[in-house]
Design a protein around this ligand. Structure first.
Ligand SMILES: Cc1cc2nc3c(=O)[nH]c(=O)nc-3n(C[C@H](O)[C@H](O)[C@H](O)COP(=O)(O)O)c2cc1C
Length: 372
């Protein structure tokens, strides 16, 4: 299985939903960076299960245990490894799924790919639980970026038919980004959150689930990061974002809407601001031209499908006989993944941004004993 990513900042995620633990090793981080573990814990808590009515009832503390790479709260430069215990597992809920794959989940494809040897419990390595280590790695990256003036935030742009307004892609308010990056169900318009919660509750009551869109922004990246064709900003971000389970689409800037515009509508005119910086009036480009950052915020939207595990009876096949069968999925599931996915999207964005900066030699190591 390939659960490794990165050239300069390399992450390797391990474990399964019901294994003893899950975790991540992050290699390539600059030595001497202080890491505030309480701030990391706050990011982990935004994604943790069992804390809101719109999430699965599974309860996990998600307090990371750091095995190596951090000494007295400062990165040593050696690989950073963190593990999270799996405690609240109910593996018997999943015993039937090896024969009767869930429509929309990876049970069938994993069965074919791994000859039936894959760990089916809780979705195994395909579980959304594997995004907890990603959030850990992203939370560390976030602190290194913040010291260099780079900030990431996101909000739930839509849940089913309910839509929030969009972020300002040109000049986002730093205070707004700070607020969003701390919330468990980040939205721009608080009234919309209530409607989204109601839509999720109603889908759950009908044994169904909802999908939606997370809109995210990375502000403060300098112009000139990235490369054309296969190593562009969009390629790098998308490679991580498509690693998040249930992601079915990623668009940058105006995205698919750009296809319906004229050139004069879509082009972002250049100007020089008061400090001599080249900027653009709009940001349909989403902060990337030719795969290289423009210096404007990188703005993108990520589409999540509805949670595949739903309580309604569905049609499936019995993989041992090939005959058709009926399946009612048990176990505890998110009726909508999207609110919990927002911090995961931000974590992916932070890692992609850090990788871009590292490739350009912008992660200079701090000097002096213990990073002073
Ligand atoms: C944070 C998060 C939580 C998730 N929770 C569930 C869940 O409770 N039940 C479920 O069936 N799928 C859940 N998923 C989605 C599945 O893991 C995913 O749909 C499945 O692995 C198949 O992969 P694919 O949708 O990318 O094709 C979750 C995904 C994320 C990111």
């Amino acid at each position: 299985m390939s659960s490794m990513w990165g050239e300069r900042i390399r992450i390797s995620i391990f474990g399964g939903s019901h294994t003893a633990a899950i975790g991540v090793t992050v290699d390539g981080l600059p030595a001497g960076e202080p890491i505030d573990l309480e701030a990391v814990a706050r990011q982990m808590a935004r994604r943790a299960p069992g804390t809101t009515p719109t999430a699965t009832a599974r309860r996990e503390s998600d307090r990371p245990q750091i095995l190596c790479g951090l000494l007295d709260g400062v990165l040593t430069g050696a690989p950073l490894t963190a593990v999270l215990e799996n405690r609240d597992t109910r593996s018997k809920d999943y015993s039937d799924l090896k024969r009767h794959p869930r429509p929309g989940h990876a049970d069938y494809t994993a069965f074919v790919r791994y000859g039936g040897f894959n760990d089916i419990r809780g979705g195994g390595h395909f579980s959304g639980r594997l995004t907890a280590p990603l959030v850990f790695a992203g939370a560390v990256a976030r602190q290194i970026l913040a010291r260099r003036g780079v900030f990431a935030a996101s909000h739930v742009l839509s849940v089913g038919p309910v839509t929030d307004r969009s972020l300002d892609p040109v000049q986002p308010e730093p205070a707004l980004l700070e607020r969003l990056s701390q919330e468990t169900f980040p939205v721009l318009d608080p009234a919309v959150r209530t409607w989204m919660e109601e839509a999720i509750a109603s889908a759950r009551a009908q044994g169904d689930s909802l999908g939606g869109v997370v809109e995210a922004i990375v502000a403060g990246l300098p112009a000139g990061l990235g490369d054309p064709m296969f190593d562009g900003v969009e390629n790098l971000f998308a490679s991580l974002l498509f690693g998040i389970p249930a992601v079915k689409g990623v668009e940058f800037g105006a995205g698919f809407a750009a296809a319906g515009m004229t050139g004069s509508q879509n082009n972002d005119p250049f100007y020089t601001d008061g400090s001599g910086c080249v900027r653009t009036r709009g940001n349909h480009a989403g902060g990337s031209l030719g795969g290289i950052t423009t210096g404007m915020p990188v703005v993108f939207r990520v589409a999540f499908k509805p949670t595949p595990s739903i309580a309604q009876e569905q049609e499936t096949v019995d993989l041992s006989t090939g005959e058709s069968a009926r399946l009612t999925v048990s176990g505890r599931h998110d009726p909508c993944i999207v609110p919990r996915a927002a911090p995961v999207v931000e974590a992916a964005a932070c890692l992609a941004a850090l990788e871009l900066m590292a490739r350009q030699g912008l992660l200079t190591q701090r000097r002096g004993p213990r990073g002073e």
